[in-house]
Design a protein around this ligand. Structure first.
Ligand code: ITT
Length: 185
């Protein structure tokens, strides 16, 4: 079966393809533009996004909304992560973190899936810390400043190692379980 991954971010698509390939689910990139509402809740962004996409007659798709929540910044940039990445970027976040001892943070991904007329919503989390400098060349977004093990940033990990521990990987595995329940082999 095929699911469309509706996103402007090809990095997300590569991660879904890596995770779902072995389950016999083909993930196809669909850069279909839709209005993303700005609210303080990832789940609400996903629910409204799904509504907007369905209203255009689309089915069998996934979308995800992801945020980086930094403890000492009271959860900032959180649901504003896309805007903050585009404006101050990773160097701006590192500046905001200068002198902070508590560098704890977590990524959260909420996936909304439309499959066979049903809706599945799952959330995955990955805890880690913010580094003091940008490191690595792989991945995208905040990957160069986030480390889950205190050693390598997500940008220094091969894609399958990132997926094995990441917010999106964790959410994708929950989604795979839900899909399997509905489509027993
Ligand atoms: P779409 O909304 O079109 O899917 P996007 O990249 O804007 O693409 P999000 O709103 O979910 O997706 O992401 C918010 C920000 O967080 C954005 O700047 C992403 O680059 C970044 N981001 C998302 N997932 C990430 C990950 O796994 N690692 C690092 N940064 C990530």
């Amino acid at each position: 079966m095929k699911l469309k991954v509706i996103t402007s971010n090809p990095g997300k698509v590569a991660e879904y393809q890596n995770e779902f390939g072995h389950l016999g689910i083909e993930m196809v990139h669909c850069p279909f533009p839709y209005d993303e509402v700005q609210t303080s809740d990832l789940g609400e962004v996903v629910a409204k996004g799904m509504e907007a996409i369905r209203s255009k007659g689309m089915s069998d798709f996934i979308i995800d909304d992801t945020g980086l929540f930094i403890d000492s910044l009271k959860g900032f940039p959180g649901v504003w992560s896309a805007y903050v990445q585009k404006t101050i970027g990773n160097s701006g976040i590192l500046r905001l973190m200068e002198g902070k001892e508590d560098r704890g943070a977590e990524f959260r991904t909420c996936i909304g899936c439309d499959i066979g007329g049903e809706t599945i919503v799952v959330t995955g989390v990955c805890r880690g810390t913010i580094t003091t400098e940008e490191r690595g060349t792989d991945g995208f977004g905040y990957d160069p400043i986030f480390t889950h093990d205190g050693r390598r940033t997500f940008s220094e990990l091969p894609l399958d190692e990132k997926n094995a521990v990441s917010h999106r990987g964790n959410a994708a595995r929950l989604l795979a379980e839900e899909i399997k329940k509905r489509r027993p082999a």
